[in-house]
Design a protein around this ligand. Sequence first.
Ligand SMILES: *[C@@H]1O[C@H](CO)[C@@H](O)[C@H](O)[C@H]1NC(C)=O
Ligand SMILES: *[C@@H]1O[C@H](CO)[C@@H](O)[C@H](O)[C@H]1NC(C)=O
Ligand SMILES: *[C@@H]1O[C@H](CO)[C@@H](O)[C@H](O)[C@H]1NC(C)=O
Ligand SMILES: *[C@@H]1O[C@H](CO)[C@@H](O)[C@H](O)[C@H]1NC(C)=O
Ligand SMILES: *[C@@H]1O[C@H](CO)[C@@H](O)[C@H](O)[C@H]1NC(C)=O
Length: 452
Amino acid sequence: MNFISAKGSVDDVSILHVFNLLGYIIVLFHLIFTDPSTYDFPVILWWWKNVCPHDDTPTLHYINCGGGSMCLASSERYHLDDPRTKAIIFYGSSVYPDDLPLPRKVDHLWNLIHEESPMNNYMLSHAAFVELFNFTATFRRESDYPLTSQNIYSLNYLTDRKPVSTEDKNRKIREQGYAPVLYIQSHSNVASDRDTYVQQLMKYVAVDSYGKCLHNKDLPESMRTAEDSFESEEFLDFIAHYKFHIAFENAICRDYMTEKLMRALHVGSIPIYLGSPVVQDWMPNNNSVIVAQDFESPEDLANYIHFLNENDKKYEEFLKHKLRGGITNSFLVNHLRSREWQSHPSGSPESGDVNMFLGFECYVCKQIHVISRDRLLNSSFSRTANISHTGCPEPKKSTKSASNTKGDFYWTKVYRQQEDKAWSARRMVDSGGSNSSQFYRYHRTRSKTQQN
Ligand SMILES: *[C@@H]1O[C@H](CO)[C@@H](O)[C@H](O)[C@H]1NC(C)=O
Ligand SMILES: *[C@@H]1O[C@H](CO)[C@@H](O)[C@H](O)[C@H]1NC(C)=O
Ligand SMILES: *[C@@H]1O[C@H](CO)[C@@H](O)[C@H](O)[C@H]1NC(C)=O
Ligand SMILES: *[C@@H]1O[C@H](CO)[C@@H](O)[C@H](O)[C@H]1NC(C)=O
Ligand SMILES: *[C@@H]1O[C@H](CO)[C@@H](O)[C@H](O)[C@H]1NC(C)=O
């Protein structure tokens, strides 16, 4: 910058510049060298410190969310009593009724981030519990800060990797004994009951199963620790030779979609999907995925797989997203263009990224400022989350024949027990309970709760 004018004299405008600059420098020094804990900004407290998105350090961090919204964030629980604290962020898989910040203060917003499986916490599928929160960021598009597309890293992720030719895929089947269908899953006994379905499917179509579930084949030696390297090129090359991938979620819920579905699209294999009933909304085009729920039975699904397996033209119609212009879903395109956060297959952020945790933190910070501004204007702002932000249906067995077998499904029982907990936790909070670790005093089964 030129502070001295060409004539060698200092003009008025330049003097202003100098003062402005001094002002900035003073503010900058202040920000760099002053202990941020002395700032009078609202504090956001991360209740489960493992997800606090600030370099693993729990102490107060200054965050500037733009538009005059500045906050402090921390995961040190003693800030619960800090009068500056205005919001608490809970992590869905780790919010427990015996570990809530009670008694609830009227000026504390409770906020929830839940990008993991609904089966991790079915309390969140019950209105009584969900309505304790103000703002949410979940896999459901109805939440305030939706994370639905977290595993669709970009449009290029879907389009750019060249698929193995159908000819090569067929040759693997003919000459090397590959099955047409791949399954890799090591988490059995899950809420979607997927293994029961896959086991029945296997009666009608060959499936190579490399994971611990229904294991019938070993991965090549170099990929035995595949759990850690699902994104390695070697692994992707290997699975790309399969014509179909079973991509069954561990729990069924609207908009809960994970990386196994997107990975199949990435490598150019047809996903056979069990999960979100509205999965088509997020797919590259109308013909990208085979949805198991569209078939009467595993046998019907197997017949369709055989049909595609023997008909290369029909098979390749499912891989149109790999061709120019193959992404016709404008909802998906617009969504990805306007999404402010980024996620990556490796899971680790790249520099300059807004990841979804930082993004939600700023969303909450902005809401705190909106609320306090509204209070000044004497209008009362109130927002409560509802079941559409996090709710998922009661789990059931995955096939008709399986649901006829005697005895309650384990996950149905879990779901109902969590409902009891949800109602009990709500009672505890609403009645002004002050010691969450005494949750057991409030814990009743739902029917008794209703009588009260
Ligand atoms: C899917 O097909 C329907 C009707 O055939 C059409 O209206 C819709 O635009 C298609 N959607 C996409 C994403 O191609
Ligand atoms: C704010 O609202 C309250 C109640 O509605 C009213 O009594 C008060 O006068 C209002 N204050 C201002 C500054 O408008
Ligand atoms: C936050 O949610 C609680 C519980 O539903 C509610 O009582 C409170 O009014 C909400 N706060 C705001 C500012 O909306
Ligand atoms: C639930 O929340 C959504 C989104 O915040 C809102 O559009 C909807 O009206 C709410 N539903 C009810 C029943 O309050
Ligand atoms: C809360 O309850 C637990 C378990 O009963 C007890 O150990 C603890 O001291 C109580 N805390 C307070 C602050 O009263």
